[in-house]
Design a protein around this ligand. Structure first.
Ligand code: NAD
Length: 246
């Protein structure tokens, strides 16, 4: 579904981003996965190689350094000739009550979940315009609809992801650049295994499909949105949450 496309995926070393990188590569995209550390990037590439997937490379830029991102994206464009798809997927969560959340912790969430999304998107837009089109996808969350009972920085950041997505779709539509987000529900990754039981259990009870999501459920939604099957879909926040929306 993505033959010949070049896709950059942040947070591609594990969880949703890793599964999406694998699925995109299987669908014949050239994938550039980004992670936070050399070891985790190398491990992800090794794991993919073991599965016979070699059309993937990886880097570990500081996503909060705009210049570093700009330089990396320019070299990717030089190597491949074009960049077609960006997925802003790297993210961290929070679950502490507001009084226990430090200013630094709040800043860290906003820096990665919001500011870094702006930096990578700003850096990729000129290349997408050059191609006369492209796709930007963001990872939102089910908590971007109603919030969550603790850890306010996380839903605040994901409400920002939705606003960014809807607004940019309107700004960039005239360049044939589609901008959408996927809003996963509780999904079986490291992020969830770190959450306390008190947060997970009440959430599980609200899932009509009766199970938590798997990374492939989210990766499939990204594949659809990145492909020409979604050629008239932009400015959408696609829930992939088993209908668990409250
Ligand atoms: P994960 O913790 O398994 O993976 C997070 C990824 O982000 C990793 O690849 C990691 O390298 C990268 N990352 C973390 N900190 C980074 C930093 N400072 N710089 C660069 N990269 C960094 O999590 P996941 O569950 O796969 O989450 C992926 C996205 O999905 C996130 O945006 C998250 O908010 C969102 N999400 C997850 C769930 C869930 O239940 N797992 C639900 C809704 C939304």
């Amino acid at each position: 579904m993505l033959e010949g496309k070049v896709a950059i995926i942040t947070g591609g070393t594990r969880g949703i981003g890793f599964e999406t990188s694998k699925l995109f590569a299987k669908n014949k995209a050239n994938v550039i996965l980004l992670g936070s550390r050399e070891e985790t990037v190398n491990k992800a590439l090794e794991d993919l190689k073991k599965e016979g997937i070699s059309n993937v490379e990886g880097y570990y830029p500081n996503l909060n350094n705009y210049e570093e991102i700009e330089n990396l994206f320019s070299s990717i464009k030089e190597n491949y000739g074009h960049i077609d798809i960006l997925i802003n997927n790297a993210g961290i969560s929070a679950s502490k009550p507001i009084e226990d959340t430090t200013v630094e912790e709040f800043d860290r969430i906003m820096s990665l979940n919001v500011n870094a999304m702006f930096y990578t998107t700003k850096a990729v837009v000129p290349f997408l315009k050059e191609n006369n089109g492209g796709v930007i996808l963001n990872t939102s969350s089910m908590v971007s609809i109603y919030g969550q009972p603790s850890g306010v920085g996380y839903p605040a950041s994901k409400f920002a992801v939705n606003g960014f997505t809807k607004s940019l779709a309107r700004e960039l539509g005239k360049y044939n650049i589609r901008v959408n987000a996927v809003a996963p529900g509780v999904t079986n990754t490291d992020m969830v295994s770190n959450l306390p039981k008190e947060v997970i259990e009440p959430l599980l009870k609200t899932i009509p499909l009766g199970r938590i999501g798997e990374p492939i459920d989210v990766a499939n939604a990204f594949l659809y949105l990145a492909s020409d099957m979604a050629s008239y879909v932009t400015g959408n926040i696609l829930s992939v949450d088993g209908a668990a929306r409250s």
